[in-house]
Each structure stands twice: as structure tokens, then as C-alpha cells.
Design a protein around this ligand. Sequence first.
Ligand SMILES: Cc1cc2nc3c(=O)[nH]c(=O)nc-3n(C[C@H](O)[C@H](O)[C@H](O)COP(=O)(O)O)c2cc1C
Length: 177
Amino acid sequence: MNNFFDLIEKRESCRNYSNKPVEKEKLISCIEAARIAPSACNGQPWRFIIINNKELSFKVAKCIEDLVMNKFTEKCPAFIIVLQEKTDIKARIGAKIKNQDYSSIDIGIASCQLCLEATEQGLSTCIMGWFNEKKLKNLLNIDPSKRIRLVISIGYSADTEIRKKIRKNIDEIAKFI
Ligand SMILES: Cc1cc2nc3c(=O)[nH]c(=O)nc-3n(C[C@H](O)[C@H](O)[C@H](O)COP(=O)(O)O)c2cc1C
């Protein structure tokens, strides 16, 4: 149990990357952690595109630093693009009947597992929801009808200290009845 909390305390959004390259095996391990994540009706509504190439990563950063946001990505050596895939009919009907967006929930869970595995591997990540989707799709030749839901920067942090987590108190977010 303690080890699990050590891991989730260690995961933080990294906005300062070193130029150390990322080993492909570590990226595969992160994708494996996402692959085995739970999802509604086991629909697995995700695909991952991994960019681990200095020149292309810089071009990806240029699509993420939209307005004043996400400038830090220019120094990031690798990215994982998280695409939403259509689920099977069962998951789609379930979502419609229950008026729930299961795919977004599923993608969030898988991305979290991915980031925690990255932390376990000594890597640092930042989940990003702010990017120029159209520019990114053009750059990476992604079908315009697909949705890019998240971009995850991944690399070695140039920082040594872990920040203290700023969060709401437990009594603000949970009620035992
Ligand atoms: C769905 C989602 C979208 C996010 N988008 C961005 C983003 O575009 N840029 C950024 O710097 N951080 C982004 N973040 C990171 C959050 O700001 C961060 O998780 C939060 O402030 C808590 O900090 P921590 O991750 O260091 O614990 C995003 C996080 C999530 C889960």
C-alpha cells in the first residue's frame, strides 16, 4: 500500500524536461499499462501514437503551444497522442441509455495508468488537453474525422524536487454516509 502512495505522490505534471532521450522499451511499458486499463463494456476506445524523434517532437510541440499555453513542450523529447476510437455497439448503446460519456472516462483511466507506469520507469509526464487539434492531425496524418483527446508529454525531468500536491481536503470531496 505504501508503495502505491509513494508512486502517486511522485507523479506530477512535468513542465521542465532534460534532453535525455527516452528508451523505447520504457514507452512500450507505458502503453502496456494503458492497454490493460479497465473500460466500459471493455470497449477500449483508445489508440496511441508515440512520437520519440527529436525533430518530429519539436514540430508536435509547435501544435501544442497554442496561444500562451504549453511553451515548455519545446524541450520535451517524446509525446503520446491519445486518440478516441469508436467503441463497439454495446458500449455505445449503454452510454446512450445511461446518458454517460464512457469513452472520456475510459481514456482518462488509461492515460492515468500510462502516466503512473512512466513514473515507475523514472520518467515524467504532463497530460495536456490544450492543443491545436487540426494542426496536430495535419502534421501526423491523422484522419480528420478522428478525435485527439489528449497529448501526453513524456521524458526525463530536469527538476530534482517533487512539488507538494495542492488539493481540496478530503471532507470537501467525500461524504461518508
Ligand atoms: C485532462 C487534463 C488536461 C490537462 N491539460 C494541461 C495542459 O494543457 N497544460 C498543462 O500544462 N497541464 C495540463 N494538465 C495538468 C494539470 O494542470 C495538473 O494535472 C494539475 O494542475 C495537478 O498538478 P499535478 O499533475 O502536478 O499533480 C492537464 C491535466 C488533465 C488531467
